[in-house]
Design a protein around this ligand. Structure first.
Ligand SMILES: NC(=O)c1ccc[n+]([C@@H]2O[C@H](COP(=O)([O-])OP(=O)(O)OC[C@H]3O[C@@H](n4cnc5c(N)ncnc54)[C@H](O)[C@@H]3O)[C@@H](O)[C@H]2O)c1
Length: 369
């Protein structure tokens, strides 16, 4: 299965590769490139898959350089971007060189940023390796790193020319990296496609076992919805904003958790925060009344054992409450006094609204802590 979409007069492709990676070497072969390729990969991906990709890259006649990363919010930094750029300078990369990143949303976002900055843009290919990245971050061109504790505060728009979804990756994906991408799929269902909700509900046992037919179908349904929202609004002025459903709260929760986390591991994956964020925004929209959308969202999050609140975390609740409230005001969608969110009261009918009722916000934040 493949997807093609256009931005301006430039075509972009998403390929699903079952077990043969010839497509990658063929695509690289066709490029007008200097045959220098930087392969950035996440350390936690199976060695076997990595070797198979490198073999395909070398088959195309490229000189392949490799750098290993570990995905985590803490590593989504300017330091990591500069490390890539320093390496490229040291090896004489040009704007006709290629970056291929193979990792989750963190490695994808920072590699795409490095690719957009180096010599004002090199060729960029991406292999997303978590469900969040497969259904969401791999396309749409948003690149970013976190800076001064603010999520995605430095970034550009730069689209991967080719994106490859590998069946081998899906099959070996650990449960959490698979599961945490499901809220982004659920988000697409609530925004535009009721059949996604049905598939998630009725086939949860098979989906949890990563059944290829359903997983592939969900990936491509979500990707199509995302493309339709962003293709005419890359800079997020109108309809693309709707894809932020759940993210005003999700980002504030993520930033507050990072600030209050002294441990060396990530407490909550981005996708898990999105699941909770969807519920928070649905509660704000419904004036705290448990409506059908809230019931459905909770039901699906529960079916996949995804968190619906943060009560299970042993953290200082009053600090967290203050920080979540404070970080809501750093959201990029805010244009006036109040933070904005995506309001959804009926399936498929999102709007962007302000949140002027701070008592209601605080009630919701207390409810999830
Ligand atoms: N650009 C966009 O449009 C967009 C959209 C959604 C999310 N994002 C960004 O994506 C990031 C979250 O992405 P994520 O959840 O993929 O996080 P991530 O990249 O940090 O990956 C999560 C964990 O999974 C591991 N991992 C990755 N692939 C693996 C594999 N195949 N097997 C085993 N382990 C693997 C990583 O090492 C990491 O520990 C956030 O920074 C978020 O802002 C960007």
């Amino acid at each position: 299965m493949n997807l093609q979409y256009k931005i301006g007069n430039q075509s972009h492709y998403i390929h699903y590769l079952k077990d043969n990676y010839n497509q990658i070497s063929n695509d690289i072969d066709k490029l007008e490139s200097d045959k220098k390729l930087l392969f950035l990969f996440d350390k936690n991906i199976s060695q076997e898959i990595r070797k198979k990709v490198v073999k395909a890259l070398k088959f195309s006649g490229c000189k392949v350089f490799e750098i290993e990363f570990i995905g985590s919010k803490k590593n989504k930094s300017l330091k990591a971007v500069l490390k890539i750029i320093d390496f490229m300078i040291s090896k004489g990369f040009t704007r006709k060189s290629t970056i291929l990143s193979m990792g989750g949303g963190v490695l994808g976002d920072l590699s795409a940023l490095a690719s957009s900055l180096y010599m004002r843009g090199t060729i960029y290919f991406h292999i997303p390796t978590t469900m969040t990245s497969m259904v969401d971050s791999a396309i749409g061109g948003k690149t970013a790193v976190n800076y001064q504790s603010i999520i995605n505060s430095i970034g550009t728009y730069y689209h991967a020319n080719k994106v490859y979804l590998l069946n081998d990756i899906i099959k070996l994906l650990p449960y959490r990296e698979f599961n945490s991408g499901l809220p982004e799929i659920l988000k697409c269902g609530l925004l535009k496609d009721k059949s996604i909700i049905k598939i998630l509900k009725n086939n949860h046992e098979l989906i949890k076992k990563k059944n290829t037919k359903y997983v592939k179908d969900l990936c491509f349904r979500s990707l199509r919805i995302k493309i339709n929202f962003f293709k005419n609004d890359i800079m997020e002025k109108r309809e693309r904003l709707m894809l932020n459903f759940g993210h005003t709260f999700a980002h504030a929760i993520e930033m507050a958790l990072e600030k209050n986390n002294s441990k060396n591991f990530e407490i909550l994956r981005h996708g898990e925060a999105v699941g909770i964020g969807l519920l928070c925004e649905l509660y704000y929209a419904s004036n705290l009344k448990e409506n059908k959308l809230i019931k459905t969202t909770k039901e699906i999050l529960n079916l996949y054992k995804l968190p619906i609140n943060l009560k299970y975390l042993n953290l200082n609740k009053s600090n967290l409450q203050n920080d979540i409230f404070k970080f809501l005001f750093l959201d990029k969608k805010k244009i006036n006094k109040h933070p904005r969110y995506i309001k959804l009261l009926n399936f498929g009918k999102p709007t962007i609204e302000e949140m002027p009722d701070y008592n209601k916000i605080n009630f919701i934040v207390r409810k999830i802590l």
